[in-house]
Design a protein around this ligand. Structure first.
Ligand code: TRP
Length: 543
């Protein structure tokens, strides 16, 4: 019997009794079961999480009564760390009472045991294989591990449009890994990287600037087996004022291209910026070409790199893939992932499919021919992950591989790690067009210091590298490991003063900005055209 029920929303019953919601009689469980309603165990959540890692629903491509039946088993939302299960849960939850109208039940059944009671939910065959086997092996002796969740703590906001830390220490990246369900880039991965590539990992990887990944081991497996993959990254061209932070994913991508010798596609989402910003379509298109110059100036190899504007390129095979993605993602799903609502313009609702499509090699027939199965690695800032969670979710359902990812932290604003550098706030950013003097002035004036209030205090207590923006920037841009360590020691012991730390950073950044400007000057319209012309790339095509 459903003995308890917490929260009006989920006062379920299952075959034993019937329940009325309004005038509708619902009976969501196909089989009669008799048991007390107990919280779902951690172990059970873990198994379900595994299931939803590979499937969007209990069965098939649309939610059914099976999902509804499972949903009402939850007396509280599943734990955040069960990312796939949690996503399924919030998605089903978002339907409200519409859940009652889900179609079903169908032919076969998925059986699993909750709290010593066998619950049967109608499923299809594929689900059976992964779902039931795992469920049956569950040990139900385990007691409820007491989840202690949902106590309404302030959370960092991280989505493609907002980055705001809940504390001045900056974003809690460990928590993000939990919430997003990705994996930490750890020592073991870095060691393996070095062993397979023969290259010492880039300092972005060693210093935790790229800190999280999905399926990076599969990419390394492939490289180990002498096979290839391709790189994909992108930029939304909303202003011609690119800043230092914008360079981070491109610097990482260039290094990966050099190390692995693989083709690269770079998407310029002029369409996205038109849909989201108050900008004219032609202006977005122009900005894409302007930004392409800064991207090219990072040093990509023209023989292995294709840069495209969505406005120019979305058509043909690429568009076919966009459509396949669109057909397999519902409004409810993008609502759950991106927070769209009924008043969002419809371009926004479909746009994620456009950002998904470059993850599939068949979107680029000129580069990959008919090969549909060349895996993709996407270096990006962690705020882009929602797009690729969606992409990874649909990929197997439309016959493609899931893209692998490596995620970077944000480049902090001059004012501190609570927010990221942003073009729309002049004082938060060092632009790639800044003069040496501007670089110097901004750092001296705005860069948040972890130094102490008085000289005596500073000498005694030392500076705090954890919050000091100048130190953070050095960890991004000063490659010399020994010097960085030295600075850290000198500064935190109080021997080095904030002014001295800033002077060191100013030198480093002036050089970087100057070099960038020189390389950019060499990027003519002709060069841009070369990069942006659809064409075969120099790619050996081992697969
Ligand atoms: N949406 C991204 C932005 O606004 C642009 C983008 C498109 C992107 N495809 C990508 C970024 C792939 C990283 C990886 O900047």
């Amino acid at each position: 019997m459903w003995a308890t029920s917490r929260g009006g929303e989920r006062d379920g019953y299952c075959g034993v009794v019937e329940k009325r919601i309004g005038n509708t009689v619902i009976n969501t469980c196909p089989n009669t079961v008799t048991h007390s309603r107990m919280p779902i165990l951690r172990e059970e959540e873990r198994v379900l999480d595994q299931h939803f890692l590979h499937f969007s629903y209990v069965q098939g491509f649309t939610p059914t009564q099976s999902d509804s039946a499972l949903f009402i088993q939850f007396t509280t939302p599943p734990h955040h760390s069960f990312h796939s299960l949690h996503r399924w849960y919030t998605h089903i939850h978002s339907y409200g009472t519409e859940r009652l109208k889900f179609p079903g039940p169908k032919h076969t059944s998925l059986s699993f045991t909750f709290n010593n009671t066998k619950v049967t939910i109608m499923v299809n065959k594929t689900t059976d294989e992964t779902g039931v086997a795992a469920m049956d092996s569950l040990s139900l002796a385990e007691k409820d591990s007491g989840q202690g969740q949902g106590q309404g703590q302030a959370e960092d906001i991280v989505d493609p449009w907002n980055v705001q830390a809940s504390s001045n220490k900056g974003i809690d990246y460990d928590k993000l890994i939990d919430r997003f369900g990705s994996s930490r880039i750890d020592e073991a991965l870095l060691e393996r990287f070095e062993r397979i590539t023969g290259h010492k990992p880039h300092h972005f990887l060693r210093r935790g600037i790229f800190f999280s990944h999905r399926d990076m081991h599969s990419i390394l497996n492939r490289v180990e087996a002498g096979k290839s993959f391709f790189l994909y990254t992108g930029r939304g061209p909303s202003s011609d004022a690119m800043h230092l932070g914008h360079l981070i994913p491109f610097i990482m991508t260039k290094w990966l291209q050099d190390v692995f010798d693989v083709p690269l596609v770079i998407q310029l989402t002029d369409d996205e910026k038109y849909l989201w910003k108050d900008l004219k379509l032609n202006n977005c298109h122009k900005l894409a070409y302007e930004n392409a110059k800064d991207i090219i100036a990072v040093g990509f190899d023209v023989n292995k790199t294709f840069i495209f504007s969505d406005l120019d390129f979305v058509s043909g095979e690429f568009y076919k893939n966009v459509l396949m993605v669109q057909k397999h993602v519902t409004f409810n799903q993008v609502k759950g992932i991106f927070g769209f609502d009924e008043s969002s313009n419809i371009g926004k609702i479909m746009f994620p499919a456009v950002q998904a499509a470059p993850s599939f090699s068949s979107s680029f027939p000129l580069i990959f021919g008919a090969k549909k199965d060349i895996p993709c690695l996407i270096p990006c800032a962690i705020d882009q992950d929602p797009y690729f969670r969606m992409t990874r979710d649909v990929a197997p359902r439309i016959g493609f591989q899931k893209p692998a990812l490596i995620h970077s932290t944000f480049f902090p604003a001059l004012q501190g790690a609570g927010s990221k550098m942003s073009s729309s706030d002049e004082t938060s950013s060092i632009f790639l067009t800044d003069t040496p003097n501007q670089v110097k002035k901004k750092i001296n004036k705005y860069a948040f210091s972890g130094g102490r209030d008085t000289l005596e205090e500073h000498r005694e207590l030392g500076g705090d590298c954890e919050v000091d923006v100048s130190y953070m920037y050095l960890s991004f841009f000063l490659e010399d490991e020994a010097r960085l360590q030295e600075i850290r020691q000198e500064y935190s012991s109080g021997r080095m003063l904030t002014g001295e730390l800033k002077a060191e950073l100013i030198k480093v950044l002036q050089q970087i900005v100057k070099d960038h400007q020189e390389r950019r000057k060499a990027v003519t319209d002709e060069v841009v055209k070369q990069f942006m012309t659809p064409r075969p790339l120099n790619f050996t095509g081992k697969s």
